[in-house]
Design a protein around this ligand. Structure first.
Ligand code: G3I
Length: 344
């Protein structure tokens, strides 16, 4: 008689989870069907998964995920049309197969830039065209801000070859292919960090000024039990909403370690750590609820602690960042946000 997570938040916002194709059957699928009403692909809609080589679109896994969502009345959001990681190297090679970034001839660099943007335009239009009836929420670009890099934009191949033109091209192509009801997001982590938050704000303002169709900011929200401050997370949402943008929490999880902690709790996660996590999840969702007008949804990066990127990255150690444990049982954090009176 466990209450449904999604139903508990029905008056506030949809609740989502990132999944792999294998999670569409068995016990994991049952857990998802009960608790979430939005899905996102953890990996199978990334550029290298969908177009591993030029013109070779591989839809099988992505289609399977969309079909599972449809059968179960769930929304799907797309992650991600553009990224500097998990993208085929072919995008950045010139017509002779040489890396575009090595080109020194200015005229040839211009040719390369055009070729890259043409490839990107095709990638975006092909994908958005295929899924536009089934998917309304899109991560168009992911992790483009890096305050430590020149101009505060990540020094990726995308940027080195095209400047910020790739961001423009991706959003414009997505709008043209997806129409006005496609919600187009710029997604990033650490959006509570002032340097990052402000640079992202400036970039969006500049893009909006040029008519680039950005609808919202995706806040990954990979946080921990010791930080960042919840007030900073909310403040950043308020800031973007001043630009008329939507906010979406796109990849929520809560590490049980401090970022630079070298410990590994192994099978013995201390009770007080699990309790601290529950309390912080409760405070976080209280803040989300109080700001539901700013927030279009909350998507977890996974559903249960048996499957989380944090266990392999950055240090291999036992992690427990989600609301369900390794056995798929509800943790104190689940009760903390669904019904605090039952929180152990
Ligand atoms: O698919 C290959 C498989 O063929 C190979 O045998 C295996 C051996 O390592 O690797 C498999 O690829 C792995 C892939 O996940 C699919 O499982 C990669 O090694 C692994 O690095 C990759 O990790 C993903 C990571 O993004 C890559 O950057 C994580 O699962 C995924 O959770 C993570 O998600 C990112 C978001 O996209 C963006 N925001 C941060 C978030 C967490 O890092």
């Amino acid at each position: 008689d466990l209450p449904s997570l999604a139903k508990a938040f029905a008056d506030y916002f949809p609740i989502g989870a990132a999944i792999e194709p294998s999670h569409t059957s068995g016990l994991k699928a049952e857990l998802l069907k009960k608790h979430v009403n939005m899905l996102v692909a953890e990996n199978v809609m990334k550029p290298d998964a969908i177009q591993p080589t030029e013109g070779n679109f591989t839809w099988g896994n992505a289609d399977q995920l969309v079909a599972f969502a449809k059968q179960n009345g769930m929304e799907v959001r797309f992650h991600t049309l553009v990224w500097h990681s998990q993208v085929g190297a072919w995008f950045f090679k010139d017509s002779e197969g040489k890396p575009m970034i090595d080109e020194t001839d200015l005229a040839k660099r211009e040719v390369n830039k055009k070729l890259l943007l043409k490839r990107l335009d095709t990638h975006v239009r092909t994908i958005v065209g295929r899924y536009k009836d089934d998917i309304k929420s899109w991560d168009v670009v992911n992790e483009v801000i890096e305050p430590a890099d020149p101009d505060g934009i990540r020094a990726s191949d995308w940027y080195k070859i095209s400047g910020t033109a790739y961001i423009e091209t991706a959003f414009r192509a997505a709008r043209e292919a997806g129409g006005l009801d496609a919600k187009l997001y710029i997604n990033d982590y650490g959006t509570d960090n002032p340097a990052k938050r402000d640079r992202l704000y400036e970039l969006i303002k500049e893009m909006l000024g040029k008519g680039v169709p950005i609808d919202g900011v995706g806040h990954q929200t990979h946080i921990g039990i010791y930080g960042p401050d919840i007030a900073d997370i909310i403040e950043s949402m308020q800031k973007y909403s001043e630009l008329g943008l939507d906010n979406l929490v796109t990849e929520l999880d809560m590490s049980i370690y401090a970022w630079n902690d070298r410990r590994d709790y192994g099978a013995e996660i201390p009770d007080e750590v699990i309790k601290l996590q529950a309390n912080r999840y409760r405070e976080l969702f209280e803040a989300f609820k109080a700001n539901k007008d700013l927030l279009k949804g909350v998507v977890f990066w996974g559903i249960a602690d048996d499957h989380t990127w944090l266990s392999s990255f950055p240090m291999k150690r036992t992690e427990a960042p989600l609301l369900f444990d390794q056995q798929l049982h509800a943790k104190p954090a689940f009760w903390a946000i669904v019904d605090p009176s039952r929180q152990p």
